[in-house]
Design a protein around this ligand. Sequence first.
Ligand code: PMP
Length: 288
Amino acid sequence: MQIYLDGKLVPESEAKISVFDHGVLYGDGVFEGIRVYHGRIFKLAEHLDRLFASARAIMLTIPLSREELTRACRETCAANGLRDGYIRLVVTRGVGYLGLNPFKCPKASVFIIASTIELYPEAVYREGLKLITAATQRINPAALSPSIKSLNYLNNILAKIEAVNAGTVEAIMLNSDGYVAECTGDNLFLVRGNRLETPPVSAGALNGITRGVVMELARGMGWAVAEPNLTRYDVMTADECFLTGTAAEIVPVVSVDGRAIGSGRPGAVTLQLTDAFRKLTQTTGTVI
Ligand code: PMP
């Protein structure tokens, strides 16, 4: 596999970063996960917008322009013959000293991995996912904005550990007010009547690219879409529940904390949106 690392494509065995990189020492950096479908990079502009916004929020200067990053993503896919897969685009603070001060890291590092990802087994898409509610709360936006897609995922990892220990793979994370924020690596949606509901970004949800696409598709299909604060009660009494994410796409949820959601089977609206989403991924994107 060829990896893009600071301006060059290098073999995987040579794709190494320093132990003094603050991305490693402190999780100081930002990233994006992006999908490639049929030789096209899906929603690249939106991912780059979020990457630059995340970097700006942590005063990190990305040493490449949008055009250069676009070219680097395309070249990395082409070098690996990747036509369907997943791009991990990472910007770390770069090499510094052992202290925290990010301004002592003169240059950010950029690396790109173009590979494949399978987040959930295929059966999950047919049969639906069983969630738990994690005891680990989502980090308060006043402490660290969940809109920053940073390399520091420990909060999510603690909740993920709870999910795995409970015999499943994903967990709902609540915010410090008790409202639903999101899952450890996906946004959450509910269907109630002919209305779609998803927690607002202010509740601690990442402004997911897939979330945005699904909201737009749903509106186009005539459904109302709202972003109210949601409680566990709202989840338990919803008609349908599903998750969205770049790697996961749209995943039906059939139970939460051992309670069936709706019919306990993947819902009709979820499946209709999945169809529409798949069609969109096959027909749009930045050609490699
Ligand atoms: N929330 C979190 C915490 C995530 O890490 C992700 C991305 N895996 C998402 C939501 C979904 O966002 P997107 O649709 O942009 O992948």
